[in-house]
Design a protein around this ligand. Structure first.
Ligand code: NAP
Length: 506
């Protein structure tokens, strides 16, 4: 069988799939029972992060259902934010991929990496080959602050920095001026904590992680001495969780500085903490108060935490030179929410680098409904709707994860979220409400990919890349050294294929 790599530029014979011939019959047989061996339920999952895998897992749990799951990703590598988002010094969290590997090892699962929805395969292509499409594409962009100077060189989205140090191919070429002494991170979420930790850690702390090799080298010569962390509300409203704020206090050569007046609670926050309703918030405040009592340990890097401050302008002629902030006060809305409000007290802090870490944001997919304001696909329990309010259900369209509910929760949050969606899909199947694809077969989709010269990467290919990354790591006493360029990955996969015996004997 002929396969072409590099979008038709390199072709060779090898086998991704069986050589079994099937006729591409036009299957108009919704009356045939779907989900049986003669008429398997064919599901496409777009995106291979946690939510996509949990959706696949839920489908595999249906013991009486014959289902074929094809998972697509625009990158050659699977796992979404587990590979490209989870901090490199949080290796334990990444072991969740073992669960995904088990799902991928089942015969009814296939992975097609390096295939982009909307360009390599369109919505119409998917509708011709699948009974349903589950979008698990996450939130691929970031929220902006909407203040002057935000686009100056030296001002970045935290998400870009995260993707850069995690070897995401799209961000490999990004540059961060680590010759600066002062940086500011805006936001009090766990992504902000990750960014602060990566900026504050020593080379020896970063070395035993799987941080991108080029990022490790850049950070080795980093000149950063002060990292300001700015929260628009108070310590009691911090969005980070307890282990993440605790970790900042345990770094080898960086210390947390919090002035006692920064952690003094206003009456609303005091009442909220005393109510004990949010145990994470109670502990966060306790940890921050303890930091405010600490003597300086004389460490090289300082993490300076400031609360009740909002950036109003990023100042600089050709690049970031300073940030102007305003002091906030808190007030309570009629609904009981504690919100920030600007006062008339301003301050300017000289800084050379700004990372805004105020949340991820979903981006639209061609042909799929999208709600700009929330950056999500409109849905009801995972069933895609044409609009947020009074919309119609989009036949065969389902959504899971951050593109369904917005960028919130930890990895495990995606499991019940995906279960909910898949259960809606199965209910729709029972009621005959799925798509009626013309060519619902694996051979048909693989033929189409091959006709278009799309060098798709299978899960077996990925496992080889994975093995090689770990070997490269073992050679230098690191958990892995990641590939960070798509061409390089495809080249490696191509070489592996060429070294395999030709199953057709040609
Ligand atoms: P997040 O948890 O939603 O935090 C966003 C932060 O940005 C909040 O402190 C928010 O403050 C602040 N913010 C929003 N708009 C702002 C503005 N205009 N000006 C100033 N501050 C603003 O988002 P995230 O940190 O991107 O994390 C996304 C999800 O991934 C979260 O669920 C997080 O827990 C999870 N995550 C988990 C881990 C982990 O488990 N270790 C690691 C990384 C991420 P307000 O509260 O005032 O809105």
């Amino acid at each position: 069988m002929l396969y072409c790599w590099g979008h038709s530029t390199r072709c060779y014979t090898a086998g991704h799939s069986t050589n079994r011939k099937i006729s591409l019959r036009k299957d108009k047989s919704m009356s045939l029972q779907l989900g049986t061996s003669t008429h398997p339920l064919r599901i496409a999952i777009i995106g291979s992060g946690p939510s996509g895998f949990y959706a696949a897992g839920r489908l595999q749990e249906q013991k009486t259902l014959v289902v074929e799951i094809d998972m697509f990703d625009r990158l050659p590598t699977p796992y979404g934010l587990v590979r490209g988002g989870v901090a490199p010094d949080h290796q334990k969290i990444k072991s969740v991929t073992k669960v995904y590997d088990k799902i991928a090892s089942k015969p009814n699962f296939r992975f097609y990496g390096n295939v982009e929805f909307g360009t390599d395969l369109t919505l119409e292509d998917f509708e011709r080959h699948y009974h349903a499409i589950i979008y698990a594409v996450g939130a691929q962009s970031d929220r902006q602050l909407g203040i002057p100077g935000e686009d100056l060189p030296g001002s970045h989205a935290a998400t870009e920095f995260v993707a850069w140090y995690n070897a995401h191919p799209d961000y490999r070429q990004f540059e961060f001026d680590l010759s600066q002494e002062k940086a500011v991170v805006i936001g009090l979420g766990n992504v902000a904590m990750d960014v602060v930790r990566i900026l504050a850690q020593t080379y020896d702390e970063l070395y035993p992680t799987d941080i991108a090799d080029y990022a490790l080298e850049e950070l080795k010569t980093s000149n950063i001495k002060e990292i300001y962390v700015l929260g628009r509300r108070g310590p009691a409203q911090s969005a980070f969780t307890n282990p993440e704020i605790k970790e900042l206090g345990e770094l080898h050569d960086a210390e947390v500085i919090v002035a006692p007046e920064e952690v003094a609670l206003d009456s609303y926050s005091q009442a909220f903490i005393e109510s004990g309703e949010d145990k994470v918030a109670v502990k966060n405040v306790e940890i921050l108060k303890a930091y405010s009592q600490r003597e300086s340990q004389g460490k090289t890097r300082k993490i300076i935490m400031r609360f009740l401050t909002s950036p109003v302008e990023i100042i600089g002629k050709d690049r970031v030179e300073a940030i102007r902030i305003v002091k906030n006060e808190l007030y309570q809305t009629e609904k009981g929410e504690i919100r920030p409000r600007e006062t008339d007290q301003y301050e300017t802090i000289p800084v050379g680098l700004v990372f805004r870490s105020v949340g991820y944001l979903g981006t639209p997919l061609p042909g799929v409904p999208f709600y700009e304001k929330w950056g999500t696909i409109p849905n009801e329990k995972g069933r895609i709707m044409t609009a947020i309010k009074d919309g119609q259900q989009v036949t065969g369209g389902y959504v899971v994860g951050w593109i369904k509910r917005g960028p919130s929760g930890v990895i495990g949050t995606n499991k019940p979220d995906s279960v909910e969606t898949v259960d809606m899909l199965l209910e729709d199947m029972t009621n005959g409400k799925l798509l009626d694809p013309a060519t619902p077969s694996r051979e048909a989709i693989e033929n189409l990919l091959n006709e278009r010269g799309i060098a798709y990467v299978t899960f077996e290919d990925w496992l080889k890349l994975d093995e090689l990354e770990q070997e490269r790591g073992a050679a230098v006493n690191r958990p892995r050294v990641k590939f960070s360029q798509v061409d390089e990955m495809l080249e490696v996969v191509s070489k592996v294929h060429q070294s395999l015996p030709d199953p057709a004997g040609d």
